[in-house]
Design a binder for this molecule. Structure first.
Ligand SMILES: *Cc1c(COP(=O)(O)O)cnc(C)c1O
Length: 393
């Protein structure tokens, strides 16, 4: 029951089904099972020894609810294969362990959890890890001094929305025999398809836009069948599989992903434009604004600019804190990509552990607030910000 590839993403994800049931239900039931019974030992051995396809044990990834989710996820990035995980970090760690053991080269700013994984765990395991600032991109070729390394980056990056050129980095990496992994969760597959721009592996925290309702934790990897294979083994033996119930909930969320992302894009643009005009805002970081440094590049490689932006409030850290605390529609919370708008202050949350100098070096100003623009009415979001900026004076 696979759907044809010439259909658009909204059609494909809505009609993503692997099985037709006896009752005519348009959607599949949740297969809450850990195991599968066989008629006889010969049938069981056929599956174990690879002579026939069949499910054996859910942790291995063989569960109809998970497989249906993975078919949908693959379709979203036009990938040959996709894997579902219990969290974004599970997807990232399994991918790094399967493909990064010869060395990992990171470009630009990374999510805090990924940074911790690389610094505290990958390096402790003896994996060489190199971090390049965005402005040090031109050193990429020399860091890829032996083949078989993995280049890893995020674009847009957290929290300054910095844009990296996926096509150019992939070209350099491939010339030096390296693979390329892109964390695509800020953009979502609706706004950006890194595989089509040359990346080999695309990672998502499905906790964010893919889930979209701040009610599930999950992760995904989209890639080729051959690159997925070693990751399946790590996922199985580290026990990182997504639960069937969560997989079904995520499949439900994916059916509205194209629609939600379009509205996130529209609302974020309206908020960004309003904030750009506000006298108390010194800077707006949003890839969709012509004034943004990475705008031209974003226009080339993205089909929408996303729901994430950051603003810099005149008056520094305390002024920004007052604004964050005065907002009523925006909730003060970490995470992103849900239907509800969220505000967080990077210096108090995701980048709390860095010194002021380190933050400034990464383009994180003292008065920066990161906004995850949700699906409320844009006029209410703008009014909320305007009110908070007046009260927070
Ligand atoms: C949230 C996030 C992650 C981690 O995802 P979890 O689902 O929380 O494990 C990784 N990378 C980025 C950019 C994120 O925003």
């Amino acid at each position: 029951m696979t759907t044809p590839n010439n259909q658009g993403p909204a059609t494909r994800i809505i009609h993503n089904r692997r099985h037709k049931d006896a009752f005519g239900s348009p959607y599949s039931p949740v297969y809450n099972t850990t195991t599968y019974r066989f008629e006889n030992t010969a049938d069981l051995l056929d599956v174990i020894e690879g002579r026939s396809d069949g499910n054996l044990y859910t942790r291995w990834g063989t569960n109809p609810s998970i497989q249906e989710l993975e078919q949908g996820l693959a379709g979203l990035e036009n990938a040959e294969a996709a894997l579902g995980f219990a969290s974004g970090m599970a997807a990232i760690s399994a991918t790094l362990l399967a493909h990064g053991r010869n060395g990992i080269v990171c470009v630009g700013d990374l999510y805090g959890g990924t940074q911790e994984l690389l610094k505290n765990h990958c390096q402790a395991l003896g994996i060489p890890v190199t971090f390049l600032f965005r402005k040090e991109q031109n050193q990429l070729a020399e860091t890829l001094n032996e083949p078989g390394k993995l280049v890893y980056f995020e674009t847009p990056a957290n929290p300054n929305m910095a844009i990296l050129d996926i096509r150019a980095i992939a070209e350099t990496a491939h010339q030096h025999g390296a693979l390329v992994a892109v964390d695509n969760k800020f953009a979502s597959p609706i706004n950006q398809k890194p595989l089509e721009l040359g990346a080999d592996l695309v990672l998502h925290s499905a906790t964010k836009y893919l889930g979209g309702h701040s009610d599930l934790t999950a992760g995904a990897l989209m890639t080729s069948a051959s690159l997925a294979k070693p990751v399946v083994a790590w996922r199985k033996n580290l026990g990182q599989l997504i639960a069937p119930e969560t997989a079904a909930l995520l499949s439900r969320s994916l059916r509205t992903l194209p629609l939600r992302v379009r509205q996130h894009n529209e609302n974020a643009m309206a908020v960004a434009q309003a904030m750009e005009q506000h006298p108390r805002i010194t800077k707006v970081h949003y890839p969709g604004l012509p004034s943004f440094e990475g705008h031209d590049l974003a226009k080339q490689q993205m089909t929408g600019f996303g729901g994430m932006l950051s603003i810099e409030v005149d008056g520094g850290h305390q002024a920004a804190e007052k604004v964050a605390d005065s907002l009523k529609v925006f909730l003060l919370a970490t995470s992103l990509g849900g239907v509800e708008s969220l505000v967080s202050q990077p210096s108090a949350t995701s980048h709390h552990g860095l010194s002021r100098e380190e933050r400034l070096k990464r383009g994180i100003g003292d008065g920066m607030l990161r906004l995850s623009v949700g699906l409320e009415d844009a006029a209410d979001l703008i009014r909320d910000l305007n009110d908070a900026l007046t009260q927070g004076c």
